[in-house]
Design a protein around this ligand. Sequence first.
Ligand code: BES
Ligand code: ZN
Ligand code: ZN
Length: 501
Amino acid sequence: MKIIVTLDQPETMRADLIVVPLSSEAKRLPVAAAPLDKSLNGQLTKLIAEEKLTGKAGEYALLKSNGRVAAEKIMLLGAGARKLDAKAARKFAALAVQKARVVHAKSLALLIPDADAKEMAAVAEALTEGAILGDYRFLKYRSEEAKKHAEGTVEALALAVTNRQTKVAAEKGVVTGQLLAKATVFARELINEPASVTTPTRLMETARVLAAGSKRVSVKVFDRAQMEEMGMGGLLGVARGSDEPPYLVHLTYKPVGKAKRRIAVVGKGLTFDSGGLSLKPAEAMEDMKIDMSGAAAVLGVFSAIAEINPACEVHGIIGLCENMPSGKAVKPGDVLHTMSGKTVEILNTDAEGRITLADTLHYAQQQKPDYVIDLATLTGACMVALGQEVAGLMSNSRALADRLLSAADRAGELMWELPLTEEYRDSLKSRVADLKNITGTRYGGAITAGLFLQEFVRPSQAWAHLDIAGPAWAEKDTVPHQPIGGVGYGVRTVLRLIQNL
Ligand code: BES
Ligand code: ZN
Ligand code: ZN
């Protein structure tokens, strides 16, 4: 989708469709649409009254211009907010492209209410993100016939602004928005692929391709033999039941000048989670190709990092393997030796993510980062606590947690903090090893998983854990810029965070 910012008058715009936002408070035309309305003999104003439009999100009315203005059709579309701020803009643009597809419009113009330069940049950025993310679909495995019948796609989007200063700000916003949305789509593509395609090998190769594409990105790959030497008994234990070879992948981005800060971003990379010998029921396994969404987010971040050009050094670390049952698989009661020296009694082989993360988090800290962040589809319990849209944040550092919360807010990704409750720590004590990998109660499962990870984090290391089991996958079309499928959750939050480090 080609996106431009324009000062053209709406009456002269040659778009297939012009979309006018209706705020939920004003319930009348925005000022910017007045000349358009005049050329249309006041039909837009009339339409609001006739259709009793209230500006609710997604509510719309369509008008054919019949040659009165250059555009073919005009749509009034509810913005669902009193003001088209960044949050509302992201949803609005996604809805607009989806409506445009339905009416077969290939070129679309959005009328943007005037704002100061700073706000305009944020709004244009969010509109751009919303348009690209809302237009995304995973059609690869549909037949050519079915693809033909799928709705068309929006090829050109114009953001219509009214003043020269804000146009410059909006253009900047469009550039950033495109980068962030493309990185998100990069992650979505990996998540949506079936697990037999997105194997550990495939993700490792993807990392190699990313490193080959930029002078400032490099990659190290460790195979099974090397991980054995490093003592990664946790990750290797989980990988044992699978025929797919596991990999530890370490991407590094170095800025041009001397970096003031260093951050490590760790992703859970289970390309399929069957549960292992503690096999999941069939239904719970249906979506388990998404168990690499944390790793996909790290790869998404690295797909855009050189262009985002942050001043800090960034390490992306993903432990890649499958969790499968077989004659070789780790058994309940087995004890695994992690790289940190701590031993773990495996009581449920389905609590595998925390075991692979024990090793990847340990390795990440050897890079001496100021901050470590991990993203993991770790627990169903986090979805019980926070639902399918909100990630759980757990951290030992107030400063890092606050940075993440504000980056997430700016990125339009929902996140809520959960405590690392001291009182639950003892429930992870094992009678035969240093730790066991489950507690024996479902209660507080997201927190106890976070506490397990904390056992592998040095107390002086600022660290944050994001349980993204809920928001990694969109099961329904509830959020317009998150069509059903892989969401690419975390990519934009992490990029925003490192942009400001
Ligand atoms: N990958 C799952 C968590 C998950 C569940 C992610 C649903 C996305 C959607 C994880 O490995 C798992 O199986 N966790 C168990 C832990 C339990 C055995 C302590 C769970 O949540 O049931
Ligand atoms: Zn599992
Ligand atoms: Zn898992």
